[in-house]
Design a protein around this ligand. Structure first.
Ligand SMILES: NC(=O)c1ccc[n+]([C@@H]2O[C@H](COP(=O)([O-])OP(=O)(O)OC[C@H]3O[C@@H](n4cnc5c(N)ncnc54)[C@H](OP(=O)(O)O)[C@@H]3O)[C@@H](O)[C@H]2O)c1
Length: 310
């Protein structure tokens, strides 16, 4: 796996990372035991995956706790990115004065004395426009060594452009995949500023594996799609399969993202060991440039002017 420097922290990571929203997250993603979660994280590290994306709000703190249990004896080998703003108690709290407390709560669950990075978890435009004291407080925490880097986790072109114009960050975690391509136009600008780009939801919450169709039924966090949205996604997946000539789209979807040299890491969310092994197996897969061109054309013709809901 290709290694790159992470957010000027001096640590290197593999570009294939680990999205940890699913860890122990029965409510949103289906049952996963703590033991299975710990085993998955340990197996990922043993296989060379060193970057973990978590948040206090994932499984009410359990995602962070599982990562803590699995990494406490090999802390220097891993890079942990967590978030601020949605607490383990299920509260939304973006107040500046709670930043230190939220960081120390995460440190406790993660069984560590520093965070490699923390990102503001979908903050409002007042924060993105630099109208608040969050960045000053984050700088202070960085000087104290509690965090090594900081940034934002955001979803849209407008949000990313606002961040690039107004605030000083080390990391942007952004929603980016074959169905959500708009933000790629901002990648070079971010790179020029030395910002590490982490791409979340790389498989469109599972659709870009190719395993769902218009008859698929969803529970948990994926109950958000109505019938029209499911049908539209199913039709797009069918078109993608014509481009790849493959039923399993997973490796193509990940390789599409990694074909952008400005992207630091991609963080698929994984629910089972076999999904993890599948990503590890295809980590070196490189997308054919002609296929990439067709995927961009599909986005331009079918999605760009009529964006999909998340
Ligand atoms: N606001 C934020 O900051 C934010 C929001 C969303 C996500 N994230 C981060 O980004 C990560 C990734 O996003 P996501 O988990 O929402 O969506 P995703 O990575 O696009 O999709 C995850 C789903 O894809 C399927 N999958 C993954 N690997 C597979 C494989 N090898 N073979 C077959 N199926 C596979 C699984 O579906 P099944 O469950 O159907 O098996 C899994 O639940 C999260 O874990 C989280 O760390 C951050």
């Amino acid at each position: 796996m290709v290694k790159v420097e992470y957010a000027k922290t001096g640590k290197k990571i593999n570009r294939l990372g680990f999205g940890a929203w699913q860890l122990g997250n029965t409510e949103f993603w289906g049952y996963m035991s703590i033991e299975d979660g710990v085993e998955m994280v340990k197996h990922a590290i043993a296989s060379g995956i060193t970057f973990f994306d978590t948040a206090p709000g994932y499984a009410s703190g359990m995602s962070e706790s599982i990562i803590g249990m699995a990494t406490k004896d090999q802390r220097e080998q891993v890079v942990i990115n967590t978030k601020f703003g949605h607490t383990a108690d299920g509260e939304t709290d973006f107040s500046v004065f709670s930043l230190r407390k939220q960081v120390t709560d995460s440190l406790e669950r993660l069984q560590t004395d520093y965070l490699d990075s923390i990102v503001l978890h979908n903050p409002g435009f007042d924060i993105l426009e630099g109208k608040t004291l969050h960045i000053q407080e984050l700088k202070k925490l960085k000087e104290e060594g509690l965090i090594k880097a900081y940034g934002v986790s955001i979803d849209t072109y407008e949000e990313m452009e606002t961040v690039l114009e107004h605030i000083d960050v080390d990391i942007i975690e952004i929603l980016f995949n074959i169905f959500f391509q708009d933000v790629s136009k901002l990648f070079s600008r971010a790179k020029k500023k030395g910002i590490s780009i982490i791409t979340k939801v790389p498989l469109d919450s599972g659709w870009l594996t190719g395993k769902y169709d218009e008859f698929s039924e969803f529970d948990g966090i994926r109950m958000r799609w109505d019938d029209d949205t499911i049908k539209r996604r199913a039709d797009l997946v069918a078109k993608l399969k014509k481009i790849t000539h493959a039923e399993d789209l997973t490796k193509y979807a990940i390789a599409f993202i990694l074909s952008y040299p400005q992207v630091t890491a991609v963080i698929p969310g994984m629910r089972h060991m076999d999904q993890l092994d599948d990503h590890i197996k295809h980590a070196q897969f490189v997308l054919d440039p002609q296929m990439k061109k067709k995927m961009i054309e599909l986005y331009e013709s079918d999605i760009k002017d009529h964006p999909l809901p998340w």
